[in-house]
Design a protein around this ligand. Structure first.
Ligand code: ZN
Length: 131
């Protein structure tokens, strides 16, 4: 397993991690199999989406924040329920198909770490399984 550390800088932001994930897969030495990209946090998530136009990530942040308002009479005393809900909606992991030592991604696809309660220091684990 490879672990990468991410320092988020905004309260809510998407941070592209495709380069680090590609490097972790390469360094595993496995050329055919699966990779699980997983974040062990309850107020963060992992997703795959367009990385060509940065406005897509920005629109995702704005739309998720409309769907799940920051303040909505939540009961959780820590005051970050919106972040917990967004984490569950987006999900803590993605699974990638590996072929020829690289993840099979579409031309416009990239992997993102989703920060919903930053800024914080975060971790993403990458486990590569040969098949
Ligand atoms: Zn909380």
């Amino acid at each position: 397993m490879t672990t990468i550390t991410i320092d988020s800088h905004q309260h809510v932001e998407l941070i592209e991690i495709t380069t680090q994930v590609r490097a972790a897969i390469r360094s595993s030495g496995i050329s055919v199999g699966l990779a699980v990209v997983y974040t062990p946090h309850t107020t963060a998530a992992i997703t795959i989406n367009e990385n060509a136009d940065p406005d897509v990530a920005r629109d995702m942040v704005v739309t998720l924040s409309k769907l799940v308002p920051f303040d909505d009479h939540y009961r959780h005393a820590e005051g970050n329920s919106a972040a917990h809900v967004k984490s569950t909606l987006v999900g803590a992991s993605e699974t990638l198909i590996i072929h020829d030592g690289a993840p099979v991604l579409g031309t416009w696809q990239g992997l993102y770490f989703c920060e919903f309660d930053g800024p914080r220091r975060r971790q993403v684990h990458i486990k590569v399984i040969g098949a």
